[in-house]
Design a protein around this ligand. Structure first.
Ligand code: SAH
Ligand code: SF4
Ligand code: F3S
Length: 465
């Protein structure tokens, strides 16, 4: 999952809550979301739990009676951002002592009581399995902070309806937790054991999203393709959700390379609504490093999977996650990662410097051998290579016509709209009156490493109101 897109997501999240606000009565809540898509989806559930108890979304943080930060613990940097934000918000509390300031999510679970010691102005600390209890916890705050970071194997948030953000994509969490225990990763410790949401409940949520006007859903899980509810697996779920009327695109993130069964590949290939885009985290191109990371596949097996996916779905777009500077990573190991990236030629990649996480096996047993400067050099080289590859791939789209789901105004350029292609490319084009949440055909006329630029085809302009 992609923490890098955080700021953009945060902005959208904020706009969404603004849109959702406006009902009368109740104390107002503002949720600021950090981290991955799972946290975005959880923030919608948190708002659902709070709304059931009479709270309503605040249009702006300044208007809120309760401010909750839904946080991430994946890298030290992610935590530092939240600590900085909390210090900023503490000033608001001086002006308004009755304001309830809460920290939720993965960092809340990771730091727990330590967080209250470090930031005594925090009123509430709630882990990822405590959101149903949020109204209760807020009520408990009275001078003494409220803390609940217990993990609960049975919590799947069944029956809790999310207050969805606006926009064109509906997140649907199909599983929680993770059982993989990659040695670098904090997720299994802060999110607990893997558990699937019952397929019938997932289908109900997808139907609800369709009824609310969403044409695209993204199924979410830390290892989404290991999904099981005892009766159904991920392939079954793809086929079941593809049957839902009104939904035209199904995406999912993040699959684990070891859980890509032939059955899943077949379902993807056969179901037209399943988008031709796969985020396939590799982490490293060195077998020695993959072993130390406990990633459960070899470079050979990973490359074989890429071949099978491309054979089954010609033109499928791929992205990945890469960590540089893992303990013991030699120059040769690092070169092997670059070589793998040249072989696969990903459409895009999220690239990170290894960040030791207290509580993980790597933290305990593997000294952080690669210096910060060297990690920085390796990261820069990785980013430069990926940018070049992305640019080359994107250039091949010039002249093609892509079907684009219009998401909103482009970040730059007056009168420009932006949307996503089936392969998850961002496409920017002059809006010419087309509405958000509609599908249009765009002929690609230019490209960069991150964006395709184009013009609406005559047929799409003809469909404008
Ligand atoms: N379940 C997802 C991962 C979620 S975390 C998956 O397996 O794809 C998103 C990414 O953060 C990971 O893929 C990894 O590349 C990166 N990451 C996780 N822990 C990290 C750490 N300690 N240091 C640096 N990057 C890390
Ligand atoms: Fe973390 Fe590995 Fe689980 Fe992904 S699969 S969440 S990287 S432990
Ligand atoms: Fe996601 Fe960060 Fe938690 S990546 S699962 S919010 S640690």
């Amino acid at each position: 999952m992609a923490e890098v897109e955080l700021l953009e997501i945060e902005q959208r999240d904020r706009r969404a809550l603004e849109t959702a606000s406006g009902q009368a009565g109740g104390r107002q809540v503002f949720i600021e979301t950090y981290g991955c898509q799972m946290n975005l989806s959880d923030s919608e559930l948190m708002m659902g739990a709070l709304q059931q108890s009479g709270y309503r979304p605040a249009p702006r943080l300044e208007d809120a009676d309760v401010v909750l930060l839904n946080t991430c613990a994946i890298r030290e940097h992610a935590q530092e951002r939240v600590v900085g934000r909390l210090a900023q918000l503490s000033r608001l509390k001086i002006k308004r002592p009755d304001l309830v300031l809460g920290v939720c999510g993965c960092m809340a679970k990771h730091l727990a009581q330590n967080l209250l010691d470090r930031a005594p102005y925090v009123d509430l600390v709630a882990g990822p399995d405590s959101y149903r209890r949020l109204p209760e916890l807020i009520a408990e705050v009275s001078g003494e902070p409220a803390l609940d970071v217990r993990l609960d194997r049975d919590e799947g948030y069944l029956g809790l309806d999310p207050v969805r953000r606006g926009g064109t994509n509906a997140w649907v969490t199909i599983m929680r937790g993770c059982d993989k225990f990659c040695t670098f990763c904090i997720v299994p410790y802060v999110r607990g054991r893997e558990r699937g949401v019952a397929a019938a409940e997932v289908v109900r949520q997808v139907e609800d999203a369709a009824a609310a006007g969403f044409q695209e859903v993204t199924l979410l899980g830390q290892t989404v393709n290991s999904y099981s509810d005892a009766r159904h697996d991920f392939a079954d779920l793809l086929r079941m959700t593809a049957r839902v009327d009104g939904i035209r695109r199904i995406r999912f993130t993040s699959p684990h390379p070891s859980d890509f069964s032939e059955k899943v590949i077949e379902a993807m290939a056969e179901e037209e609504k399943v988008c031709r885009f796969i985020h396939l985290p590799v982490q490293s191109g060195s077998d020695a490093v993959l072993r130390a990371m406990k990633r459960t596949y070899t470079v050979c097996e990973y490359l074989d999977l890429v071949d099978r996916l491309r054979d089954a779905m010609p033109g499928v777009c791929l992205s990945t996650d890469v960590i540089v500077g893992f303990p013991g990573e030699t120059e040769a190991d690092f070169e092997a990662t670059l070589a793998l990236m040249r072989t696969v030629r990903y459409d895009s990649a999220f690239m990170f410097k290894y960040s030791p996480r207290k509580g993980t096996v790597a933290y305990r047993e593997m000294p952080d051998t690669v210096s910060e400067t060297e990690k920085g050099r390796r990261l820069e080289a990785t980013i430069a290579l990926q940018n070049r590859i992305s640019e080359e791939i994107n250039r091949t789209y010039v002249g093609q016509t892509l079907e684009v789901l219009v998401e909103g105004d482009a970040r730059k350029g007056v009168g420009q709209a932006a949307g996503k292609s089936d392969g998850f490319k961002t496409v920017v084009f002059p809006r010419k009156g087309v509405r958000d949440n509609t599908f249009v055909d765009v002929e690609i006329t230019g490209s960069t490493s991150r964006t395709l630029m184009g013009l609406l085809t005559d047929a799409s302009i003809g469909e404008c109101p």
